[in-house]
Design a protein around this ligand. Structure first.
Ligand code: NAP
Length: 310
């Protein structure tokens, strides 16, 4: 089977590309390795997607509707992890566990993943106290102490969300000023359950079955101190929101990249004819659901144009 378009990744960029490609009557395959929705499914509240006024709209519910909308236009789906690609010819070949997929055009919408906090023992305690998803894991820390690392929009918004469950949420930030936008900052400063540990980084985490101890360092004074779990709780939560890194390793050496992100022009063309990139995986100034969705729409329309001119 030769598809007109194969879209890699079913986050907002891929789902929007699928909707536009399906609606343009292109034979479209959307490949996703896990659950559709992408990173935004980790976000509990969406309040800056235009037209979004539904009470309690989460990343999951928004992308679920995007997914249904793409299905309405006949987009095919495959759940597979692509491990090799050949983008050089007129027929692009993507190889996954279930075999080869072929298409005239490819849209790379593989998104990004959360960066690790960068402390000692982090891998050992991930899933045992360390988490990168407040929506998924916040409820495990009901009535307990929770620490959030980072000072950007994600860290501060998710810290506010975590106050629904936690006794107290402490934001650990490496500087003495937050990066998050002012409106989000103000909400955090006004929240009595939120404390701040400024100029501080996490050096090491420890514990037995669960996370119960961490060493932090003040980057100004150089002083280190140990934070221990409340005796009755015996554990605490540590959430990392220190930014994201692109899911682009597969395309290394195949398309032009900058700092791991795929370079495109404003019509989402990569350096390879017939190959487009959309969403968080590409070089851009604003990584949001709305810009990912816009990228996907543009990329799909450019696929149609490319096929017409082939
Ligand atoms: P971000 O803006 O890159 O912020 C990362 C934060 O982590 C920064 O405060 C940074 O400190 C800190 N950090 C980075 N590396 C660190 C390390 N190794 N150790 C300790 N701290 C470290 O990431 P983000 O907050 O995830 O946001 C990503 C993008 O999504 C942004 O464009 C953001 O605006 C957007 N976003 C928007 C919304 C919204 O509109 N509601 C919500 C979430 C995210 P410094 O400040 O010192 O650099």
């Amino acid at each position: 089977m030769l598809y007109d378009v194969i879209i890699l990744g079913a986050g907002p960029a891929g789902l929007s590309a699928a909707l536009y490609a399906g609606r343009a009557c292109l034979k479209t395959l959307l490949i996703e390795k896990a659950m559709p929705g992408g990173q935004i499914t980790l976000t509990n509240d969406i309040e800056n997607y235009p037209g979004q006024l539904l009470e309690g709209e989460s990343g999951f519910s928004l992308t679920e509707r995007m997914s249904q909308q793409a299905d309405k236009f006949g987009v095919e789906r495959a759940y597979d992890e692509i491990t090799a690609i050949d983008l050089s010819g007129d027929e692009k070949v993507l190889t996954g566990a279930s075999g080869d997929y072929r298409a005239k055009t490819v849209i790379i919408a593989t998104g990004a993943h959360p960066k690790p906090i960068g402390c000692e023992n982090e891998a050992a305690f991930t899933g045992r106290g360390i988490s990168f998803c407040a929506t998924c894991d916040g409820m495990f820390f009901r009535g307990m102490d929770v620490y959030v690392v980072g000072g950007g929009d994600s860290a501060v918004e998710e810290a506010i969300f975590l106050t629904r469950f936690a006794r107290k949420v402490t934001i650990i930030h490496r500087r003495d000023q937050l990066r998050a936008v002012k409106t989000i900052q103000e909400r955090a400063f006004a929240n009595e359950k939120i404390d701040f540990l400024w100029n501080t980084v996490v050096e090491k985490v420890d514990g037995d079955a669960s996370l119960s101890e961490m060493t932090v360092r003040n980057v100004v004074t150089g002083e280190t101190s140990v934070i221990r779990a409340n005796e009755e709780d015996g554990a605490f939560g540590l959430f990392g929101f220190v930014g994201f890194a692109p899911n682009s390793a597969l395309f290394e050496g195949k398309v032009e990249m900058k700092g791991g992100y795929i370079v495109t022009d404003e019509d989402m063309h990569t350096s390879v004819p017939g190959v487009f990139a959309a969403g968080d995986v590409r070089v851009k100034s604003l990584r949001q659901v709305i810009t990912a969705a816009a990228d996907g729409a543009i990329a799909a329309m450019q696929c149609a144009k490319y096929i017409e001119e082939m």
